[in-house]
Design a protein around this ligand. Structure first.
Ligand code: NAP
Length: 263
């Protein structure tokens, strides 16, 4: 699929899932802006992706957890890309823990995962609507659709993102803009490795504790292929939906509890 004249902003794209998504769009010929707080890492990722081509890639620094960061990024990306056609709200943090979260941790997650995406998207959506085209993809999580212990606050942020996508689809759908949510299964990203460790045992542990009937964790490619679809004209009739790219986690139940116990 050629996305040669498509401009794309992917948040949280200097690492993990976001980086895979940015790489996929660059490979399809799009003009991509990657973003994150760490400018040294961000510039290096953008240089690497730009060299891969055939699309272009550049970096804009932003802290989306602050009040003014999302608005400033919206302005800078509109200018850099001469209008943003595709926005992927991927930046997110997960503070998960059996113990109750502190108010500061709760706020940090809400401020980035929900408020940041909200402020950025509401700054860009009216411009997409004016141009009569645009696609937004909110990256959610399987924990937004089922109850999991220790996940309440993180799940609430992702549930909010899911509903934001549906409401924005209702508000802007008639202007030619589509907004969908995508729920990725577990991917062994730097963020996840920080949480559960690295090495061969980490993905096995994830498999044992989840209902991943796919029998493996997800790759960045599994997720980026689906984001590309949702953002492309191939998905012209898909709006206000949630695509579960999760190896079966959402759709398949287990009477026995976990994968490990299933005969
Ligand atoms: P990751 O490897 O930790 O990468 C996070 C990215 O977000 C980095 O580029 C980071 O760059 C950026 N970021 C963090 N805080 C930021 C802030 N305040 N402002 C702007 N950018 C910020 O994460 P990941 O595992 O790829 O997860 C990406 C998304 O997928 C998240 O929304 C997560 O909830 C969701 N998800 C992940 C999984 C999984 O298994 N990995 C599964 C389901 C859903 P800087 O640190 O430089 O800012």
């Amino acid at each position: 699929m050629s996305l040669q004249s498509t401009s794309v902003l992917v948040t949280g794209s200097t690492s993990g899932i976001g980086q895979s998504i940015a790489e996929r769009f660059v490979a399809e010929g799009a003009d991509v802006v990657v973003t994150g707080r760490d400018a040294t890492r961000g510039r290096a990722v953008a240089r690497w992706l730009d060299a891969l081509g055939p699309g272009r890639c550049s970096f804009l620094a932003a802290d989306l957890g602050t009040l003014d960061g999302p608005g400033r990024l919206a302005e800078a990306a509109e200018e850099r890309l001469s209008g943003v056609d595709v926005l992927v709200n991927n930046a997110g943090i997960y503070k998960v823990d059996g113990a109750p979260l502190s108010a500061a941790d709760f706020d940090e997650m809400m401020n980035l995962n929900v408020r940041g995406a909200h402020l950025l998207t509401t700054a860009l959506l009216p411009r997409m609507a004016e141009r009569g085209r645009g696609a937004v993809v909110n990256v959610t999580s399987p924990v937004a659709y089922r109850g999991y212990p220790g996940m309440a606050a993180y799940a609430a942020t992702k549930g909010a993102l899911d509903m934001l996508a549906k409401c924005w689809a209702a508000e802007f759908g008639k202007s030619g803009v589509r907004v969908n949510a995508l729920s990725p299964g577990p991917v062994m990203t730097p963020g996840v490795e920080k949480l559960i460790g690295t090495g061969e045992e980490a993905p096995k542990d994830v498999l044992a504790r989840t209902n991943l009937v796919a029998g493996r964790v997800a790759t960045g490619n599994d997720i980026s292929a689906a984001v590309l679809y949702l953002a492309s004209p191939e998905a012209a009739y898909v709006n206000g939906s949630t695509l579960h790219v999760d190896g079966g986690m959402n759709g398949v139940g287990s009477l026995w509890g976990t994968n490990e116990d299933v005969p």
